[in-house]
Design a protein around this ligand. Structure first.
Ligand SMILES: Nc1ncnc2c1ncn2[C@@H]1O[C@H](COP(=O)(O)OP(=O)(O)OP(=O)(O)O)[C@@H](O)[C@H]1O
Length: 339
């Protein structure tokens, strides 16, 4: 801890009186105006959000959105350029015994290849000052007790994930931060992870899980914090976000580009949003299928398919987080409100 953090931190006065609060049950993560610039690159840009205890929160955004950098700032591994990240009201570097408060898995390959799972946990247990009994407790809880003597280099991705989680849980922390935990897991592994993280949340812990693939964590998370280019795009219960999925009309047309221009023109009807998918089809919001058909027919444009439905959650995620200049107007409004 450096001198600056000692002087400007909240709660320093209570420490002197010996009544320093520790992060306890119901520990919240709070990120306020967090910014990180690496030279020319602004990785995180004025980000504010809270992560509540008792639920699993998904931290979502495409590759390079700033998720890892934000998690590293919460963990005191990267110093913010501006803003704060606190756990239970204190910055990580101000916590007495940080590994008793926050457990983190940032990299599941960080094992000595020749160490057994048990050796690995024993070392981290001693480093964190946790009781030895935690090693066997966690090997059992994570379902890897029978592999405790195997060298970690022989572990599958799923077993490494479990060992990483065991390491993070040695101090029985109230807060857990996991960076892309579903990466490389098969469906069975994801199902196991879902059950396990739900158990941790049900114990009142605060669980933050990052991912760049919404569909991988959709079944795991209760709340979401969605970012793009270091900025907040959406935050709240996943159920709320699902509720606001707008109705979309899928349009396949050999004249898609002309139809798109016509729809966006807006002079022939209400303002609409159009996203062109990779396969050239259009997804239109703000117009009904009948309105689009009439528009195309009046202009002599061919339409091969028109189908109404609601946007998939994955599509909503892509729409909200895409970098394309084709970002729909509604999303830009959402982003503005979220900031
Ligand atoms: N130490 C660093 N030096 C310079 N640029 C960095 C550094 N760390 C991250 N960045 C840049 O900051 C941006 C955000 O990166 P970050 O790893 O936080 O994103 P992410 O959302 O976690 O992405 P991914 O899903 O690919 O891990 C990227 O443009 C990245 O190249």
């Amino acid at each position: 801890m450096n001198e600056n953090t000692l002087h400007d931190r909240p709660g320093a006065a209570t420490e002197e009186t010996g009544t320093r609060p520790v992060a306890g049950p119901g520990t919240r993560i709070e990120v306020t105006g967090l910014t990180k610039r690496f030279g020319e690159v602004t990785a995180v840009d004025g980000l504010s959000f809270a992560v509540e205890p008792g639920v699993v929160t998904g931290f979502l955004g495409p590759n390079g959105a700033g998720k890892t950098t934000t998690m590293r700032m919460i963990l005191g591994l990267v110093t913010p350029t501006e803003g704060t990240a606190t756990v239970g009201g204190r910055r990580y570097t101000e916590l007495d015994r940080p590994s008793d408060v926050v457990g983190a898995v940032l990299d599941t390959s960080a094992f000595h290849p020749n160490h057994s799972a048990r050796d690995h946990l024993r070392i981290y247990c001693a480093m964190g000052g946790h009781p030895d009994s935690r090693v066997d407790e966690l090997l059992t809880r994570l379902g890897i007790a029978e592999h405790a003597h195997r060298r970690t280099r022989t572990f599958s991705t799923g077993m490494k994930q479990r060992l990483s989680l065991a390491t993070a849980l040695l101090g029985d922390p109230r807060v857990l931060l996991l960076d892309e935990p579903s990466n490389g897991l098969d469906p069975e592994g994801i199902a196991w992870l879902r059950t396990f993280l739900r158990e941790l949340a049900a114990e009142g812990r605060t669980v933050l899980v990052s991912s760049h693939v919404l569909s991988e964590v959709q079944q795991i998370v209760d709340d979401i914090v969605m970012i793009r280019r270091g900025r907040l795009v959406a935050a709240g219960p996943l159920a709320d976000i699902e509720r606001y999925r707008p109705a979309t009309v899928l349009v396949r047309s050999p004249d898609a580009e002309r139809l798109r221009t016509l729809i966006l023109d807006g002079t022939r009807g209400p303002a609409a949003e159009v996203v062109t998918a990779d396969d050239g089809s259009l997804r239109v919001r703000g117009l009904t299928a009948a309105e689009i058909a009439d528009l195309a027919s009046a202009a002599g444009l061919r339409v091969h398919e028109l189908s109404a439905g609601s946007t998939s959650l994955e599509q909503l995620f892509l729409d909200l987080t895409q970098d394309s200049t084709e970002q729909p107007e509604q999303n830009r409004r959402d982003e503005g409100e979220a900031r």
